[in-house]
Design a protein around this ligand. Sequence first.
Ligand code: UGA
Length: 432
Amino acid sequence: MKLCMIGTGYVGLVSGVCFADLGNEVICVDNNINKIDLLKKGKIPIYEPGLSELVIKNYKNKRLTFSTNLKKSVKESDIIFICVGTPTKKGGGSADLSQIYNVSKEISSSINKFKIIITKSTVPVTTGDEIEKILSKRNNKKNFSVVSNPEFLREGEAIRDFIYPDRVVIGTNDKRSGRILKNLYSPLISKGASFLQTSRRAAELIKYASNAFLATKITFINEIANLCEKTGINVEDISIGMGLDKRIGSRFLRAGPAYGGSCFPKDTKAIISTADKFKTNLSVIKSVIKSNENRSKILLDRVNQILNKKIRNKKITFLGVTFKANTDDMRDSSSLKMIPYLSKKGAIIKYFDPTGYKNEFSKLKNVICKSSIKEAIQGSDLVIIHTEWNDFKSINFKNLVKSKKFIIYDMRNIYSSTKIKDQGFKYFSVGQ
Ligand code: UGA
């Protein structure tokens, strides 16, 4: 079976490379010539641990190829994965499906034998039906099958998540496609991944419902953290206590800044928009979005309180600015709200992120990037641990900066408050 991945973003590139590594022949297609040229040279356009090594290995052994010629690549392949972006539409909450439909039109003129066309991008319920309509205009329905196969990988953990998924979801009523795809995923299923075959619409909704549920779980614990702060309770104890109930589970119960990234904010809005289309009110998810949008304000109020309402001229350091660790992705990172706010209030801000300088802050007054933790925290009044990079997990603050004691606001609850306080620092965390 020859596979074609259309779109070389997180989903397309990671899935394509991993499929190649499992022994398949894979063509990764993108309409961005520069990106394809870079990939052919072994240069990876995204930051994802372990990806570069796998690309180089599989490109060298020729199981992985790159192309800008979509039609030719589709003609040569048996299974086509659509992995292009589905960003939020400008001025609304629904997903912009223009890339999906443009690609579908191109595929439509390249169906020369039976092909399985798969949406791996996150697409709203009924998108598969629309793709089928587009393909049916030029092709006999016997020559193709449109399937939904959502991807559940996390940035920064993408390769591990691909190889060891909790589940593989295949949305199709077509037995032949179901069989072929189960076989494609058999190396992962034999390692323990659950396999679920459902209707195409159900598979599309499973993806959105999963992301919306995880966003809800995080928002829930963030609100419980607010209550803990008022009642002298440690939210970590609550997460452990709740997580021990197998019906709840301990993952995604870490309180912290607002959730961000390219998926949760976009997908929670898009599922609301789908529900509106079908005249259904997803009130829980609506409150989650609202609560998350207010989250940065709550954390900034705490900063204000920690600094006795005197932000002007205070030297504030951010350790980590990306929306999570192991990625250079700044999309919807809460630092994009916090740093501009503090800069406007007259703070002098230094930041250090393991993925370096961020253009997003280039126009802000008194915001500079430092190239080491030590440089970033030297002379600070307040150090904010914003992202839970491993680099920040075992800092000996006392040894690193001997001269001055600053306040630490640990937004990821990395440290034990007693240990830090023993070193002589004032320490604040989330939900404690
Ligand atoms: C998310 C999902 O976890 C993946 O399953 C899904 O495939 C992906 O979206 C997608 O739709 O493509 P991702 O956005 O890469 O993955 O990152 P997560 O690890 O889920 O983190 C999202 C946000 O939640 C981050 O801001 C993170 O800091 C926050 N988070 C996560 C918490 O605040 N607390 C937690 O306990 C977990």
